[in-house]
Design a protein around this ligand. Structure first.
Ligand code: FEO
Length: 180
């Protein structure tokens, strides 16, 4: 039996976040399927890949809780929200979900700081960085969408955007990682 190295409060916060990451995966999965059905195969590919990444986040929380002697509780995942109205709406909603998720991650880091739980503080930093990347990534896609939609007469712009997204990276680039 491992000795428990996180507080009950931290254990609950981490478990809640694990379930939230699973919910994030459901959102990406449902939006991906919506995009595929509506023939945006590129964005569907991008969103399917990202659903997988959110499942990996969920798994990281699971492993961390167990490694620290806590107990993982696998709970029901709520249903994803309604389908978006269009690609712009889809990207805006994804960004809203990511910003909401960043707030939850910040709360965990704040709790770790309050409790002087430096292991959880360190663990949380991975996700702080991840959220910066994800918000930057989706913001970048929204910029591309705005560019593509600025000339309504050119559907070819959307076609190209969709094609580009199928090969788009899942990682944003942080300024500190740029080679100057
Ligand atoms: Fe795991 Fe997109 O947050």
């Amino acid at each position: 039996m491992k000795r428990k190295r996180i507080s009950d409060k931290m254990e609950k916060a981490l478990n809640d976040q694990m379930t939230r990451e699973a919910y994030q995966a459901q959102i990406y999965l449902s939006y991906a399927s919506w995009a595929e059905v509506n023939s945006f195969t590129g964005i569907a590919t991008f969103l399917y890949k990202h659903a997988h990444e959110e499942r990996e986040h969920m798994f990281k929380f699971l492993k961390y809780i167990n490694d620290r002697g806590g107990e993982t509780k696998i709970e029901a995942i709520k249903a994803p929200p309604a389908n978006p109205a269009n690609i712009g709406d889809c990207l805006n909603k994804v960004l809203d979900h990511e910003i909401g998720n960043s707030t939850h991650i910040d709360n965990i880091v704040n709790l770790a700081h309050q409790e002087k739980d430096w292991a959880s503080f360190n663990f949380g930093q991975y996700f702080v960085k991840e959220q910066i990347e994800e918000e930057a990534l989706i913001n970048g896609l929204l910029d591309k969408y705005d560019l593509a939609s600025s000339d309504k007469s050119k559907n070819v712009n959307f076609y190209q955007l969709d094609k580009d997204l199928s090969a788009a990276s899942q990682e944003g680039t942080l300024p500190r990682e740029e080679n100057f």
